[in-house]
Write a protein that binds this ligand. Structure first.
Ligand code: SF4
Length: 252
């Protein structure tokens, strides 16, 4: 029997019916109608792409936006394009994905301790959302972050995703100013609420084909994310223990 739907399932269902950005909705619908010749037999997803993963994840991958013939076709983040062909083998090697190959929503892929979403949920022309489209989509990220209650680490793929998580932290009144939070591959930050942020180059073909982002570089990002998630858990356990001890002491 399938598990009962979670709040994140409900979130995905509502988000994938969103029509807030007319330019993006029209673009995705057109791509789904015209299709690329290699995928002429596919029924393209063509809607906002649902987030994917383990609802109890401690690690979040925040991407930029769906690929026109990748997730806009398959309906799952990073599935069916060059970025996904680079990402999932690394996630598998890091122990976060059940298999190295992502081809469709029905390929059996399971993520463990990992959730994947993006700052814009509809494929933008030229992979470039407008500032207005980024703003339109921000409330979905706000809602999703509130539902990911076990989150410890956010891995931002690219500068726009990095800016997106900082903008979320400001809207959530976690961060007053983003001064000192500068994007660089491998840069790590801790937000005032304890959430860790790791910046990474995006696994776009432009970065991976040129060697700007290599597989060892990318793997070390996710190994580090796991180390930070475990360290955050230990810090929370220590803090809970000292609170418990302090309460016991004052009760005596
Ligand atoms: S990009 Fe976001 S806000 Fe815009 S239509 Fe898609 S889901 Fe809605």
């Amino acid at each position: 029997m399938p598990p009962p739907p979670t709040a994140l399932d409900d979130f995905n269902a509502r988000m994938s019916a969103c029509e807030r950005c007319s330019r993006l909705r029209e673009h995705c619908t057109n791509i789904a109608a015209v299709r690329r010749r290699a995928y002429s037999e596919w029924e393209y997803w063509g809607r906002p792409v649902p987030s994917f993963g383990d609802p109890h994840a401690r690690i979040l991958i925040l991407g930029l936006a769906p690929g026109a013939h990748g997730s806009n076709r398959t309906g799952r983040p990073f599935t069916g394009d060059g970025s996904g062909d680079f990402l999932y083998p690394v996630l598998h090697q890091a122990g976060l994905a059940s298999q190295p190959k992502a081809t469709s929503r029905d390929d059996g892929m399971r993520l463990s301790d990992l959730w994947i979403c993006s700052v814009v949920r509809c494929a933008p022309p030229g992979n470039k959302p407008t500032p207005e489209e980024l703003r339109n989509c921000a409330p979905w990220l706000d809602e999703e972050m509130a539902l990911l209650t076990d989150l410890r680490v956010v891995v931002c793929l690219g500068r726009i995703a990095f800016d997106g998580v900082l903008a979320w932290a400001r809207r959530a009144e976690i961060l007053k100013s983003r001064a000192g939070y500068d994007f660089a591959h491998g840069a790590e930050f801790q937000l005032p609420n304890g959430l860790r942020v790791i910046a990474s180059y995006h696994p776009s073909l432009q970065n991976t084909n040129t060697g700007k982002l290599t597989r060892p570089m990318f793997l070390s990002i996710f190994k580090r994310a796991k180390v930070l998630a475990n360290a955050a858990d230990r810090a929370r356990a220590r803090s809970a223990k000292s609170t418990f001890n302090a309460r016991n002491k004052s009760a005596k």
